[in-house]
Design a protein around this ligand. Structure first.
Ligand code: CU
Length: 329
């Protein structure tokens, strides 16, 4: 096979493989393929509308430009002429220049207008369609978990429960470094910044579980900083909300296990067996609750201050749960 043909065949194979890899990545990410997750809220629907407008315009421009490039490459190919031969030199084409300046201006103006129409509704409620009063949840980003505090005192870790079809407002803050709250199917990202409270509004259109991930690199365990929003039918939510409040007040809830699994297990393993952090089983510190409290509140050599600012309910729930590791080995 002549080397020129071999080179072309090789290039074709590389392009075809690249196409396969890209298609695979695009389709494997989510059942929706190239489209973003959801949208499962009116707010995320507006974000997706903007996404599709940008994809349509940039996709059309890509096909137009690359198509013209291929046509010109084929049509004006060398055909045996000398490599040093100059083509005809053309100067001035006022109409053409005006057209290729005006079209991008019109496209950009259309994008800006569309975004400005959609923008006000992205982080606000459509009060006319709300089915009941709103719920406000305090969201604390911490290395490396999310802590949720409800108005009735209920605390949740990593999994937030909300009523579906109800307006929910999140007051998002951080206790240590910058994090970013992000559940793609429900809303855009919003930064969790120490000393500042950001507000995010959304309403889940359906019941279900919506997964997300901290969107800001916040340290060595950042990839494990996951978040989940579980939207329940309103009556289910209300009965859970009330019974969980009673259980947490009386110390019979699973808050201790939830806190351990969401906070400690990231580094120490779900059975306290160690991993990134040391093995907890049989550690003498479990006989000294005050030492554990100090460690949780202030952190250790490598350990972040995961329990800084915890109220007594969460601290006591965790202390009760970790007693199981004192004798185990
Ligand atoms: Cu984070």
């Amino acid at each position: 096979m002549p080397s020129r043909v071999r080179r072309r065949a090789g290039a074709l194979v590389v392009v075809a493989l690249l196409g396969l890899v890209l298609a695979h990545v695009a389709l494997a990410g989510d059942p929706a393929g190239l489209s973003p997750r959801g949208p499962d809220s009116p707010q995320a629907t507006r974000i997706e509308d903007i996404y599709w407008l940008l994809i349509a315009i940039t996709g059309a421009i890509f096909i137009l430009v690359e198509g013209a490039l291929i046509v010109f490459v084929v049509r004006f190919r060398n055909r045996g002429r000398s490599r040093t031969l100059e083509g005809p030199q053309i100067h001035g084409a006022t109409r053409l220049e005006l057209i290729w300046t005006a079209i991008p201006v019109v496209i950009l103006a259309a994008i800006v207008a569309f975004v400005l129409v959609k923008l006000p509704g992205i982080n606000s409620f459509d009060s006319a369609r709300a089915a009941g009063p709103q719920l406000t949840v305090k969201v604390e980003g911490r290395q490396f978990y999310w802590n949720f505090i409800y108005p009735n005192g209920v605390i949740q870790v990593e999994r937030m429960r909300i009523p579906a079809n109800h307006d929910v407002k999140l007051d998002i803050t951080s206790e240590d470094v910058d994090h970013s709250w992000w559940i793609p199917a429900l809303q855009g990202k919003l930064d969790a910044i120490p000393g500042k409270t950001n507000h995010l509004k959304f309403r889940a259109d359906r019941t279900g579980t919506f997964k997300g991930q901290c969107g800001e690199f916040c340290g060595y365990e950042h990839p494990h900083m996951l978040g989940t929003v579980e939207a329940l039918p309103n009556s289910d939510f209300q009965s859970w909300y009330d019974s969980e409040a009673r259980a947490q007040e009386s110390g019979t809830s699973d808050l201790g296990k939830m806190t351990f699994d969401g906070v400690c297990a990231t580094c120490h393993g779900f059975q306290g067996q160690g991993g990134f952090g040391p093995d907890l089983r049989g550690n003498p510190i479990f006989n000294q609750p005050d030492a554990i409290k100090t460690l949780l509140r202030n952190g250790g050599i490598k350990m972040p201050a995961v329990g800084r600012g915890w109220n007594a309910r969460q601290m006591n729930a965790l202390l009760a749960y970790v007693k199981r590791f004192s004798g185990a080995s």
